[in-house]
Design a protein around this ligand. Sequence first.
Ligand SMILES: Cc1cc2nc3c(=O)[nH]c(=O)nc-3n(C[C@H](O)[C@H](O)[C@H](O)COP(=O)(O)O)c2cc1C
Length: 170
Amino acid sequence: MSKIGLFFGSTTGKTELVTEIIQKEFGGDDVVTLHNIMDADEDDFADYQYLIIGCPTWNIGELQSDWEGFFPQLDNIDFKGKKVAYFGTGDQIGYADNFQDAMGILEEKITELGGTTVGYWPTDGYDFNESKAVKNGKFVGLALDDDNQSDLTDERIKAWVAQLKKEFGV
Ligand SMILES: Cc1cc2nc3c(=O)[nH]c(=O)nc-3n(C[C@H](O)[C@H](O)[C@H](O)COP(=O)(O)O)c2cc1C
């Protein structure tokens, strides 16, 4: 059993590709197990002390559809004592008033349920108006924008995973 469970949803595959890069950066599937939320059960979350949650924003400020379907089940999961990191993919130009909202929606909910957020990320280098994913001047997790800044994705992931290794203590 790996230490970290990464739960993601992805409609057009961009977030799914990112999960594979994150897994590789951590050292492979001995360290990080990938779960598509489309096929996940509530019980799957209990296996991990460390969680990574990945969700793109869809339909102007909404969760990706599989996460939307799973959202009510989050209430049945015990997040107390778990460190939880978040990432999202979004489009800061096309959806500047709702950039990365889904990451903010999930972080708020899981924090209410007892999760401890790690992996905050600076807003420098992005250009958008509003985001539910910004708290106290920082993103609540890694914000990726493959629609407009795909050239930055790899280096952002590398830096964030290095930060998470310290914050998770793995
Ligand atoms: C119809 C539509 C609505 C979108 N709404 C948002 C949005 O509100 N905020 C945002 O940051 N990105 C938005 N996006 C951009 C997607 O989040 C982005 O393309 C993402 O990488 C898709 O991830 P996926 O391929 O894993 O499904 C939208 C894209 C489409 C096509």
